[in-house]
Design a protein around this ligand. Structure first.
Ligand SMILES: Cc1cc2nc3c(=O)[nH]c(=O)nc-3n(C[C@H](O)[C@H](O)[C@H](O)COP(=O)(O)OP(=O)(O)OC[C@H]3O[C@@H](n4cnc5c(N)ncnc54)[C@H](O)[C@@H]3O)c2cc1C
Length: 149
């Protein structure tokens, strides 16, 4: 069966994986796999509400695993670290816990069609000190890390 892999479950990738799952996945015409380095998705325009404490991401974020199950696609938690276009495989980095103990080894996923939807990075316009000191409002991880400092 055709293997479609979408890397990045943001605004674009999540929508695509959901549509492909509901069409090709449901009819078993393709396997659709979504990969993201986080286990849940939060719509970015809501990030300022997390930053100000008026929204609880634990309650309001969408669980990729649950969403995938309801929409006929697979979800793989992991961070893309390389692509082998000749072998048609991607590699997801090994995962460790906070103590550095291995949770899951590096693994490969093969594809027939690969969609890259990993978003973008905030631009600091080369302004000195911004990258080191600014809290970018572009991901939950950064907000969580900043809040615990
Ligand atoms: C604060 C804020 C407010 C915004 N407000 C609006 C708005 O009101 N209206 C509007 O239209 N747009 C808004 N935007 C812009 C909009 O959020 C983006 O245009 C949109 O999210 C881009 O979608 P994307 O799928 O390209 O990337 P993203 O939504 O950024 O998704 C990228 C995904 O890829 C994953 N990823 C990245 N690297 C890897 C990797 N190596 N391995 C595995 N997974 C990876 C990330 O975890 C993420 O889930 C806003 C953005 C921000 C930051």
């Amino acid at each position: 069966m055709l293997k479609i892999v979408v890397v990045g479950g943001g605004a674009g990738g999540l929508e695509l994986a959901t549509k492909l799952g509901r069409t090709l996945g449901r009819k078993r015409r393709a396997t659709v796999t979504l990969v993201d380095r986080n286990s849940s998705h939060l719509w970015k325009p809501l990030l300022h509400e997390v930053a100000t404490g008026s929204l609880d991401e634990g309650v309001d974020a969408l669980s990729y695993r649950a969403h995938a199950r309801n929409h006929h696609f697979d979800f793989q938690l992991g961070s893309l670290c390389s692509i082998d276009r000749d072998k048609k495989t991607i590699t997801l980095a090994a995962m460790e816990d906070e103590d550095g103990d291995l949770l899951m080894p590096e693994r490969e996923i093969s594809y027939d069609i690969l969609v890259m939807a990993i978003g973008s990075r905030s631009n600091d316009f080369n302004t000195a000190g911004v990258r080191e000191h600014c809290i970018f409002l572009d991901s939950l991880n950064r907000l969580t890390v900043s809040a615990t400092r």
